[in-house]
Each structure stands twice: as structure tokens, then as C-alpha cells.
Design a protein around this ligand. Structure first.
Ligand SMILES: Cc1cc2nc3c(=O)[nH]c(=O)nc-3n(C[C@H](O)[C@H](O)[C@H](O)COP(=O)(O)OP(=O)(O)OC[C@H]3O[C@@H](n4cnc5c(N)ncnc54)[C@H](O)[C@@H]3O)c2cc1C
Length: 487
């Protein structure tokens, strides 16, 4: 008999959270801590969503998305998770750029960028100050018609090299483009510039392990290998979820799964206004990624001056389509030295990441797909020689992932690395207006994605759910046990 992953689960919870990405985990933790009964359902065999890792028998542990996040993670983790998690967040100081326009190393904060822009790029200090202040002053309610490209043109007209310096890491960090609203750039860029780039010491496996302990302390019922097929709606309110053949009642559902899948597949468009459905259909997905994971032989070391993060490109100009092209010219290398996991066997690893289009990988035959992956590996091994000489001889394990891999493990439509584009945020926020008790907390747009964005959005949504449950505390559950259906 197949194992029952819902064995012992109750028939009803205050809240059901679908998906255990950082957004879902945080919503579950905040609500569990507040005393609600919370069921956390994850379709994969481990928690974390894109915040994940994998081990190989050779003893290597590869991180997928632990490359860098802003200092704000410390505060968010201290407040909504634990001191131990917050105290494990450390700065990475050696960030490098290498492209045909410039090569430089920076700590990636305002002081150092001001120095670089003045000394190496010859920009007047007033223009730099004014740019930083404009970016920092941007907020959610600002005009959204100015694009990031227009913002750069205003402060640094004709300076493609400056645009590249300011934009390349952000494109990598959240898939944003020069055509996106400037506020999406300004908020994320300023978050990084406040103190630099940070990482989690001990690796993603340690972080998710610590989060799981905290969830258990807060009595959240965690279930893996539980794929939610449907969210039942009755009288315009959430009623239950259907998972592994069971129907579990609840007053509130928070979906951390892909926004479009949640609305169009799990709930069904018949439960929403036509104009809302149109907005969902028009919401664009973010791009996906490819990665190449390289582990060095046990005694091989990479000199730490090679950098922590290296934005490398051979493209002469900076263009979004070039960053996504199957003909890869840009790679971001993350170097993991033995101190990433001080308690594990000392190892040096490199992960090369490149933004990618799903369609470049989805239509291939199995043979073509394998050949394309091998080509990705070979060209990456060639490209990294410039920074890690004799890599081919020094490497003991190499493998690659593609948009198909991300889709497979997270169920994100088209393997989107950062959920939807910016317009998804309004759709996500409006969900409870359409169906009472229905929420979404997960990657939408640029501000609410990435590790910090996902965690913070998880908190915002937990607060909204709390408000709704408090208000409806006196009301009986509108759903009679036997009458649950999606009609
Ligand atoms: C290659 C790559 C590199 C990245 N690098 C960085 C970086 O350097 N810094 C940074 O801050 N961010 C980075 N990110 C982005 C960051 O990892 C994500 O934005 C963030 O982790 C997403 O969290 P989330 O809450 O949106 O959920 P997700 O991680 O998207 O998780 C959603 C979860 O829902 C589950 N699920 C889906 N459907 C169902 C269902 N029907 N039933 C049950 N469960 C379901 C999935 O299995 C998954 O666990 C990177 C992402 C990628 C792909």
C-alpha cells in the first residue's frame, strides 16, 4: 500500500498553507506562533521551494539559490524566525564584475559604489548622490510609468557602462529588465546598497533545518509529498483543499504555489470576476534559469581572492535579451569556500547561473535535451578557466539544471525563477477580494521575490490572514461538512 503522507492529519485547520517556499514557511510560522492551527502542505519531498540544495554521494552539497540577499534578512529572520537563524547571516565582501566594459571588485554598498562611480567611471558626485537618493526614496505608491531604463537615462545619459554596473546584478537577482517600472529596481537596489550582500553560513540545508525546528516548536502540522489539487470555494469563500485524495476544511488558504496555477487550476476561473481573470491571463511569468554545479576534488582549493560572486560576461553591450539567450554570454559564478559549511568536510564548489527562457529547453527531444545540457556544462567549464585555471582537471563532479528542472521540482509554470512579473503583485493582493479567505504569498514581481522579498511577503500575508480570522472568529464555518464542492 502506498504510504499515507496525511496520516493523523485533522479534518479541519484554521489555515492551510500550500507550498513551503520561504514565503509559505514564513506565513505558516507567523500564524502558528500566533496560536492558529496551521497545516503546511508541500508537494516535494523536502521543504524550501527554490531555497534548496542537493547532496551527492561524493559528499558535496550544492546550493541552488543561496548566492546573496540584502542585510534586511537579518531583521526579518530575527523577528519572524529565530535569533540563531539571524545570527548565521554573514556579509560577503568580494563581489567582482568582469566584462568587455570593465573589471572591478566591490563590497557592493553605497560608499564603495560612490567611490567606483567617481574614480573609475568619472561621474560627478552630485549626480551619484542624487541617483542614490531618488532610488532610496522610491516606494510602492509612486508613479509606475517611469521605467528603469528611463531612470538611468535621466541620471547617467548615454552611459551604458554605468547602466551595466548598476543593473547587471539586479537582473540576475530577480530577472528584472530595463523596461520594468523603475520602483521595482529602486527598492531592490537600495536594499542591497544599504549594507552590501549577505549569505547564510552553514548552507541552505542548515537554514531550512532550523526553520523546520521552529515550525515544529510552533506546532505547525508539516506534510511533505502532499500535492494540493484543488481549493474548494463555497459561497465566494474558501472552504477546503483537496490533497492526496482527502478534503481538508479550512477558513483560510495561503498559496505559496505559482500565482497563475493557484487561480486558474487550483481554484478555477469560474470563481473570479471576468476582469480579474483577464488580469491573471495577462500577468507575465518571470524568466527561468540554468545552472552548472561544479565541485572540486577534495584537496583542490580556489584562492578566495577569486571572489564570492562574480558577474562575468563576454557580451560587448548590456541587453536583456543577451542575458537570456541560449547562446550564453553572461554567467554569474558563486564560489563556496570551506567556510560556507564549517562543520562539513572542507570543499570548494562553484555554481554558475544564467537567466534562461523556458521555450529554449521545453521543445527538445530527450536526446537533444541531454546534448544541450552537456553543451551547457562544456561551455561553462571552458568559460570558468579564465578565473579557475585547469578547472577541468581539478573538478570531481559536474552537473547542470535547466528551466525544466526548476519546473519539475517546484511546479512553477515554465520554471519561472521569480514567479510572475510585477503586475502579479496586484493580482496576488486582490485575491481575498475575489474569494474570501484566499491568499497568495510567493514570488510576484521583483520586490516580493528573492529570499528577503518572499519572507517579507509571507509576513504581510500572515498579518492579513490574522486580521480576517480575528474578524470572523465569531462566525460559524459557512461550510457544512458534507456539502463541499467547487461550485
Ligand atoms: C537559480 C536561482 C537563483 C536564485 N538566486 C537568488 C539569490 O541569490 N538571492 C535571492 O534572494 N533569491 C534568489 N533566487 C530566488 C529565490 O530563491 C526565490 O525568490 C524564493 O526562494 C521563492 O520563494 P517563494 O516563497 O516564492 O516560494 P518557492 O520557492 O517558489 O516555493 C513554492 C513551493 O510551493 C510548492 N508547491 C507548488 N505547487 C504545489 C501544490 N500544488 N501543492 C503543494 N505544494 C506546492 C513547491 O514545491 C515549492 O516548494 C534564486 C532563484 C533561482 C531559481
Amino acid at each position: 500500500m502506498p504510504r499515507d503522507f496525511l496520516e493523523g492529519a485533522k479534518d479541519e485547520y484554521d489555515v492551510v498553507v500550500i507550498g513551503s517556499g520561504l514565503g509559505g514557511l514564513t506565513t505558516a510560522n507567523v500564524l502558528g506562533r500566533a496560536g492558529y492551527s496551521v497545516l503546511l502542505l508541500e508537494q516535494h519531498y523536502k521543504l524550501g521551494g527554490m531555497a534548496t540544495w542537493f547532496k551527492r554521494p561524493t559528499g558535496h552539497i550544492f546550493d541552488i539559490s543561496l548566492h546573496g540577499f540584502p542585510a534586511g534578512m537579518i531583521k526579518s529572520c530575527r523577528r519572524y524566525w529565530t535569533r540563531e537563524i539571524a545570527d548565521s547571516i554573514v556579509q560577503i565582501k568580494n563581489i567582482r564584475f568582469d566584462n568587455p566594459m570593465f573589471s572591478l571588485t566591490t563590497t557592493y554598498n553605497r560608499d564603495d559604489f560612490t567611490r567606483l562611480l567617481t574614480e573609475s567611471f568619472g561621474i560627478a558626485p552630485e549626480a551619484i548622490k542624487s541617483f542614490f537618493e531618488t532610488a532610496r526614496g522610491m516606494n510602492f505608491y509612486d508613479d509606475q510609468s517611469t521605467t528603469t531604463g528611463e531612470l538611468f537615462e535621466k541620471f547617467f545619459p548615454g552611459r551604458e557602462d554605468v547602466v551595466r554596473l548598476l543593473m547587471e546584478p539586479i537582473v540576475y537577482a530577480n530577472g528584472s529588465t530595463l523596461e520594468d517600472p523603475a520602483i521595482t529596481y529602486g527598492i531592490v537596489f537600495s536594499n542591497f546598497m544599504s549594507k552590501g550582500v549577505f549569505t547564510f553560513q552553514g548552507g541552505t540545508d542548515r537554514l531550512i533545518g532550523l526553520m523546520q525546528e521552529e515550525l515544529i516548536n510552533n506546532e505547525i502540522d508539516i506534510r511533505i509529498r502532499c500535492h494540493v489539487d484543488r481549493i474548494h470555494v463555497k459561497n465566494d469563500s474558501v472552504a477546503a483543499v483537496e490533497v492526496n485524495g482527502r478534503t481538508i476544511r479550512t477558513r483560510a488558504v495561503v498559496s505559496n504555489a505559482n500565482l497563475k496555477t493557484t487561480i486558474l487550476k487550483m481554484v478555477g476561473e469560474e470563481h473570479f470576476d471576468q476582469s480579474f481573470v483577464d488580469a491573471v491571463q495577462e500577468t507575465r511569468l518571470n524568466n527561468s534559469s540554468t545552472q552548472v554545479y561544479m565541485a572540486l576534488k577534495p584537496n583542490e582549493r580556489i584562492d578566495e581572492s577569486t571572489g564570492d560572486l562574480l558577474f562575468s560576461s563576454t557580451a560587448r553591450e548590456f541587453r536583456t535579451d543577451l542575458l537570456l539567450s541560449r547562446d550564453i554570454s553572461s554567467r554569474t559564478y558563486s564560489f563556496y569556500y570551506p567556510n560556507t559549511r564549517p562543520n562539513e568536510r572542507p570543499r570548494c564548489l562553484v555554481v554558475s547561473s544564467t537567466n534562461a527562457n523556458y521555450k529554449d529547453w521545453s521543445g527538445l527531444s530527450p536526446e537533444e535535451y541531454e546534448a544541450s545540457k552537456q553543451d551547457l556544462i562544456e561551455t561553462t567549464l571552458d568559460a570558468i578557466e579564465k578565473y579557475v585555471p585547469n578547472m577541468r582537471e581539478r573538478v570531481s563532479h559536474v552537473e547542470a539544471s535547466t528551466p525544466i528542472t526548476f519546473e519539475h521540482y517546484t511546479k512553477h509554470v515554465a520554471g519561472a525563477s521569480f514567479g510572475t512579473k510585477f503586475e502579479g503583485l496586484a493580482v496576488s493582493r486582490d485575491l481575498p477580494e475575489q474569494v474570501a479567505g484566499l491568499y497568495h504569498a510567493g514570488s510576484v514581481g521583483i520586490i516580493m521575490s528573492g529570499w528577503l522579498g518572499a519572507i517579507n511577503y509571507g509576513v504581510i500575508v500572515a498579518n492579513a490572514v490574522d486580521g480576517m480570522l480575528m474578524k470572523s472568529a465569531e462566525l460559524p464555518n459557512p461550510i457544512a461538512k458534507e456539502s463541499i464542492s467547487n461550485s
